[in-house]
Design a protein around this ligand. Structure first.
Ligand code: ASP
Length: 405
């Protein structure tokens, strides 16, 4: 990150701008393309896996349904918190008006067919968005990243059907889905290996694109602070208070108990990698029963990501602010819903949510290139949101344990 920014700055001030745009920037574009490439298969397989796993558990106990609905409620709260904070703080507005106007013009120049699409939508009436969720053809849905909602729809139906046919009939398919999921996660791993180079190139490109305009950096700093504030409120205020009030467990004890889990989440940046430790430690130190731990945590590591969803909400609206895009209420509602879905589909791996953020951006028509601006500082924010992701899982586990008694 720092090297990329430095290289970009040095090359810019010494007049080598074309060196950056022709020889360095493409490596950043490749990184973004790789992320987009893996998006469709990732969403498809991880959602089928998530849903079918859920079904196995719900058959045994009602707890599954309760857990999932609590997860969705906490995620909705986290997204609303993120959206409100970024709306109040408006980090994007630190960008000088001319820069926003420039970005906005570039965006509008590309907008031609989107406007045409919007016109068609007005003619077809308000229910069109439901019609649009159902693809006519799976292959066509998979060719367009902005049709991700169609992919999600098919994956949900497939997951539910997998439960409905019963375990015996589904049995041959489950290991295949598991393996496919592992392959896709491995590819994400590979892409992440390339990330340092990609981020270097993106940063260098960004510095030259912004022609050394430091305003973007102060804007970026305020954006990072907004993310940290949202995550801090969740981790230090919402969870301890809610655990005290709803689970009747001392908030302080809770904070002390989850600290080692949070540390591991922070250093690995992965809720999936933290999972085995979460399960063991929560039982030993927080008195969570084995039955609750054994299903609330694995499902939580897959679908419950409060930190990620708050982060995504802030990022998406920040990018819209940078481009000077005024979002309509309908767009805000779709961002809210899509972000909840996106956090469910986000794998618990480092940088897992980047791909999903691309999906939400393209679904609501915000330029995906905007992601470049925030990617450079993603890693520290990833570490922090992972901390909140695992904390949220432990909170819900504590709550479920209490309800059972
Ligand atoms: N790294 C996060 C996790 O594992 C996912 C993400 O937000 O990128 O929970």
């Amino acid at each position: 990150m720092a090297l990329g920014a430095l290289a970009g700055y040095v090359l810019l001030t010494t007049g080598f701008t074309t060196l950056v745009t022709h020889w360095i920037k493409p490596w950043g574009t490749i990184f973004i393309r790789l992320l987009k490439l893996i998006a469709v298969p990732l969403v498809f397989v991880s959602l089928i896996k998530g849903v079918s796993q859920m079904g196995d558990l719900t058959r045994l106990t009602q707890l599954g349904l309760k857990t999932v609905s609590t997860y969705i409620v906490t995620t909705l709260l986290a997204v609303s918190l993120g959206m409100s904070l970024v709306g109040i703080i408006r980090p994007g507005s630190l960008l000088p008006a001319e820069k926003t106007a420039e970005l906005n013009k570039a965006y509008r120049d590309n907008l031609g067919d989107k406007v045409a699409q919007a016109d068609v939508m007005q003619e077809t009436g308000p229910l069109q968005f439901i019609v649009d969720i159902i693809p006519e053809n799976l292959a066509m849905a998979a060719t367009d990243n902005s049709k991700m909602l169609q992919i999600i729809f098919v994956a949900l139906i497939a997951g539910i059907a997998l439960i409905a046919i019963g375990h015996e009939k589904a049995a041959p398919l489950l290991p295949v889905i598991d393996a496919a999921n592992a392959v896709i996660l491995k590819i994400v791993d590979f892409i992440m290996l390339y990330a340092p180079l990609g981020v270097f190139a993106l940063m260098a490109g960004m510095v030259t694109d912004f022609a050394g305009d430091t305003a973007i950096f102060s804007s970026l700093g305020l954006y990072a602070l907004t993310v940290v504030l949202a995550l801090g409120i969740l981790a230090f205020l919402v969870y301890p208070l809610a655990v005290q009030l709803l689970a009747r467990y001392p908030g302080r004890e809770f904070m002390k108990g989850i600290f080692p889990i949070q540390l591991l989440a922070f250093s690995t940046s992965s809720s999936a990698a933290t999972l085995p430790f979460t399960m063991e430690h929560a039982q030993k130190k927080l008195g969570i029963s084995e039955e609750t731990a054994s299903f609330v945590f694995p499902v939580g590591a897959t679908i419950n990501m409060d930190g990620t969803s708050a982060y995504q909400a802030v990022s998406i609206l920040f990018i819209a602010q940078l481009y000077g895009i005024d979002l309509t209420t309908a767009q805000l509602i779709s961002i809210l819903l899509l972000t909840v879905l996106a956090s469910i589909g986000t794998p618990g791996v480092p940088g897992g949510s980047i791909v999903m953020t691309v999906m939400v951006l393209s679904s609501v028509g915000i330029p995906t290139e905007g992601l470049v601006i925030i990617l450079g500082i993603d890693r520290p924010l990833d570490m922090l949101r992972t901390v909140v992701n695992v904390s949220g899982d432990v909170f819900v586990a504590k709550l479920m344990d209490k309800k059972k008694k």
